[in-house]
Design a binder for this molecule. Structure first.
Ligand code: NAP
Length: 341
């Protein structure tokens, strides 16, 4: 589409409305703050793509944005009230229009990725072209929507920070969750021997993802001194305990772990790990996902090769987005929770 055509398309889309989840204040209870409404359809700016959303996914970050917790979230997303339409960030759908300067996509392309300024629990959302890729041909829109943030984080943790090598012993703590189900598959694809730690009812699912061993975090002891790399996604285990299960030169990568803390959500453990690392034989650290387009493209390759398959636990209709967030936060999901539009 030429520049004039795209500007005309942007103007006309601005006049149209769409169904969307709307959030006007922060709050911890999804049913109190996520309501359905009609709002203006966004228009793609320069370098942006307007996507007709077919599916969007929920993760822990959805809850953090919705609740405005820990409080530093509000420095970025609005001090008194959210600056976004709703806290959805991941999407899969079909390109509706492209803004000026977009060369990688055109209307009708099936895409997936991360939206600009959030708001993917809606009929339409915009994304920068570099935060999108073509939807893998062998998965549904629901599966594709499950991928961007969770699988991107897992890829960074396993490949870039833990630098997992073939034949290594890798422990994934939180193996049944959104990030964990991808981390298990990516470590397995890199040739590691993977042990997944999760609750008892979800262990079969973790094994089916390619884990060589599974442990129940409520019952089993983790073998000491065994793991070349530990990817800690959940559970808030003390640093000393995590170091004991590593080999003397093992690597610990802390991805997350919920404490519900209002100010820094228990980030002290992450900082202690990074501060201690230069003084011990093990490498200890944490990271914040960069959400790079190149990682999305690497994931497309892994999915199309059959090395990674998004595990979608449950799909909710758009009008039940609040129930979808509750389902995840209650700890009922194995893998990802998706909203279909
Ligand atoms: N660093 C980053 O840039 C980044 C990016 C994305 C996410 N995160 C963080 O990563 C964490 C996980 O996110 P997510 O979306 O994967 O959440 P999720 O889908 O809710 O998964 C969390 C998993 O943790 C497991 N779990 C809970 N208590 C546990 C324990 N004591 N031991 C072991 N596993 C336990 C649960 O499994 P069971 O039911 O089997 O216990 C659940 O499946 C969050 O804290 C999130 O904020 C960080």
């Amino acid at each position: 589409m030429d520049a004039t055509g795209s500007a005309r398309a942007a103007r006309s889309s601005g006049a149209e409305t769409m169904s969307a989840v709307e959030q006007t204040r922060y709050g911890t209870a999804p049913r109190h703050v996520l309501g359905m409404g009609r709002t203006d359809r966004p228009a793609p700016r320069e370098g942006q793509v307007l996507v007709r959303v077919r599916a969007a996914s929920v993760d822990r970050g959805t809850w953090h944005l919705m609740a405005g917790r820990p409080y530093p979230v509000r420095l970025v997303f609005g001090l008194r009230r959210p600056s976004f339409l709703n806290p959805g960030r991941n999407l899969a759908g079909v390109v509706e229009e492209v803004g000026q300067g977009v060369t990688d996509f055109r209307p009708g392309d099936e895409v997936y990725g991360i939206a600009s300024g959030n708001g993917t629990f809606a009929e339409y959302a915009v994304a920068k072209q570099e935060k999108l890729d073509r939807k893998p041909t062998n998965v549904s829109f629901e599966q594709a929507a499950a991928v961007p943030v969770s699988a991107g984080t897992a890829l960074e943790a396993v490949r870039d920070h833990a630098r997992v090598q073939p034949g290594e012993e890798v422990l994934v703590i939180g193996a049944s969750g959104g990030v964990g189900t991808f981390a298990v598959q990516i470590a397995h694809a890199l040739g590691a021997r993977v042990t997944g730690l999760a609750s008892g009812a979800k262990l079969d699912a973790v094994r089916a993802l390619g884990a060589d061993g599974v442990l129940d975090h409520r019952r089993d002891e983790i073998p000491q001194g065994r793991f070349d790399a530990v990817i800690d996604i959940a559970g808030r285990r003390p640093l000393a305990q995590l170091r004991r299960v590593l080999t003397p030169h093992g690597r610990l990568v802390i991805v997350g772990g919920e404490t519900g803390g209002r100010l820094c959500d228990g980030l002290g453990r992450q900082f202690r790990a990074a501060l201690l690392s230069p003084f011990v034989g093990q490498t200890l650290g944490f990271f914040v996902s960069k959400e790079r387009g190149a990682d999305l493209r690497a994931l497309t390759g892994l999915i199309e090769a059959g090395s990674v398959t998004p595990l979608v636990d449950r799909v909710f209709p758009l009008a039940e987005t609040a129930a979808a967030v509750e389902y995840l936060i209650d700890g009922r999901a194995t893998g990802k929770v998706v909203v279909t539009v």
